[in-house]
Structures are given as C-alpha cells and as structure tokens.
Design a protein around this ligand. Sequence first.
Ligand SMILES: NC(=O)c1ccc[n+]([C@@H]2O[C@H](COP(=O)([O-])OP(=O)(O)OC[C@H]3O[C@@H](n4cnc5c(N)ncnc54)[C@H](O)[C@@H]3O)[C@@H](O)[C@H]2O)c1
Length: 348
Amino acid sequence: MITITDDNFSSLNEFLDRKSFSKIFILVDENTHEYCLPVLLGNMETDLAFEILEIEAGEEMKNIQTANQLWEILTEMQADRKALVINLGGGVITDMGGFVASTYKRGIQFINIPTTLLSMCDAAIGGKTGIDLMHYKNMVGTFTFPEHIFVYPEFLETLPFKELRSGFAEMLKHGLIADKIHWEHLIRMQKLDAQAIIPHIKTSMDIKQDVVRQDFHEKNIRKTLNFGHTIGHAVESLYLNQKNPVLHGEAVAMGMITEAYLSFAEGLISAEDCDLIIGNIQKYYPYLDISDFSDDDIFDLLLNDKKNAGNTILFSLLSGIGACIFDHECSRKSISESLTFYRKLNDA
Ligand SMILES: NC(=O)c1ccc[n+]([C@@H]2O[C@H](COP(=O)([O-])OP(=O)(O)OC[C@H]3O[C@@H](n4cnc5c(N)ncnc54)[C@H](O)[C@@H]3O)[C@@H](O)[C@H]2O)c1
C-alpha cells in the first residue's frame, strides 16, 4: 500500500498507532540522516522507542558486509519479530533495509519512506530487495513487499540535481514502455527540477505498480520494466570497479539509447521514433564514456543477467512509444552494433 503524503505524516502516525510494534529501527545513510531524518522525527508521533542505524551513502555499501553489520546490530539491540524497520532513503537504503529486514529472523516488518526520485518512482515500490555481489548488481535478494510505502515528495527539495536526473530516467522509461502521454509530458518539461517533476510522480508510480500487480515475480509483463536495464545494468556493474561510479539513471539512460537502437534494428520501431527517443534522452543526459569497456566485458555481464537462460541474451524492447515487448532474443552481432552506434554518438 502506498500513501503519497502531503499531510505531515499523519498517515504514518496512524499506521504506527494501529500496529503493535515492539521497537522501531530507522535506517538512514549520512545524507538522509542530515536532510530527511529531522523532517521525519519532527513529524513522527509515537511512544515507541526507536534507534537510528546509519550507513555510509553510496552503491558501494549495498553489499553483504553492510547487511551483516546491520543483522549484527539488530541482534545486539535485541530486535524481535515485532520490530519495525523504517527505510528512510534512496534505492540503496530501501534495497538494503528491505533485504536485511526480510531475512532477519526469517523476516520482520519494514516500511519504505523513499527520499530520492528514483526510489519514489521505482526502487521503493516494487517489492524487490537486494544487494550486489562481486561486481554484479542485485544478485542476492528477496521479493518482499514493505508493509507500507509513504512517499513525501518534498524530500526532493534537498536532492542534488544529478540524483534527480538519475530518477527521471526511470520516469522516461515508464512513459516509453507504457504511456505515450506520460512520455510527452516529460519531454515537454521546460526545466528539470523538483517542482516541475512532482506533478508527474504519481503517474510513474501508477505505471510501475500496475505492472507489478499483474506480475509480482517477473514471469512476464514485469520484464518490460527492464527496458534500458539490460545493457544499462551491465555498464553500471562495470562502473562499480571504476573510481568515478555512474549513477543508476545515467547508466539506464545509456541503456535506453542502445536498446531503443536495438528496437529499431530489430524492426520493432520506426527510424523516426528511434531518433525522437534518442534525441530526447540526449537532451537530458550527457554522453556516458564506455571507452574502458570492450564489447566482451559487456557480453560477460549480459550472460549473467538474471533475465537470461543459457547462452541467449534476452531484451525488453520497445514496439512503439508507450509499448514494450519482452523476452526478445538479440544476437551478439546486433548488440555489438548498438554499442558501436552508441560510441559514435560521442563523435557526432
Ligand atoms: N528494488 C528495485 O526495484 C530497484 C529499482 C531501481 C533501482 N534500484 C536500486 O536503487 C539504487 C539507486 O537508488 P538511488 O538513485 O535512490 O540511490 P541512493 O540511495 O544511493 O541515493 C542517491 C544519493 O542521494 C542521497 N540522498 C537521498 N535522499 C536525499 C535527499 N532527500 N536529499 C539529499 N540527498 C539525498 C543519498 O545519500 C545518496 O548519496 C541502486 O542500488 C539500484 O540498484 C532498485
């Protein structure tokens, strides 16, 4: 259940009142501790005891070592099965906190309060939790819905522009795979800032929720949400080992360009639609340098993608603006062509 809250968290307070939790553990990173926790604590009204669990910010923290530390802290603080974890943060916090809560003592309750655009529109609301393993993204995790998701769009006001733009990539994806009108609203926006984006968040959340409702365990239609994420995730994974990590949405933007090109090359969309999509993505996202990675580096990761079976590489591709197909097999040759196409954009 999702509540978009512009009511100073009265819905959260009602939720805390209604349930009988033993104790609350609020998971934050250093930034959400500084910017979001004061807002939450200033509005949260409960007699329950709470503890703050803080981790460093960043994707590098989304690993088994951090999960282990959190399980140990919960144990030391005697969190029992009636404890509640509140994940206050972006996708790293909601993925990590959801994973830790859904596995600790075989599962304790948690709620998500997303504080980035990406987590509001995507990471916090689909019931997927997880951590990275080696340099593979989200390799270990669970499908577990939070008890509730409270979305407070005002948190976006302190979010750095690059992070806002990262989340915006998922909104563009929602338009591209399912709702042409949403896509058109987004590409017509004069300025990319929180105030312009906030009115469109609900549409993106509705698209994602609708897909998840139809196919929670990603057996079919949920795979359409992976548009842009097959090549995008591979590049994001390769960047995990670099000094300057890429943001999720920046990698997804690159993935959407190459996968829009693949959609065209596979005869699924017209050249006009392909140009329109790529041109609009380029309008928002600078070229992502992939010169350190060979096609083979990318193939190795594609073959390990959770969506694939055996040696085939399956994609979710566009069949129009606002329409998407899934489980479409692409050859190495056509994937290479899409990467060559992308590299040439840097010369243009
Ligand atoms: N579970 C899913 O379905 C799903 C879907 C998409 C992405 N993800 C995951 O989400 C993660 C990316 O999420 P993200 O982009 O939110 O990253 P993030 O959680 O790292 O947050 C981005 C940065 O913004 C800071 N921040 C968060 N809220 C803030 C605020 N209100 N004001 C100021 N700073 C703030 C954070 O401290 C961090 O430095 C990736 O790990 C990705 O794999 C998961």
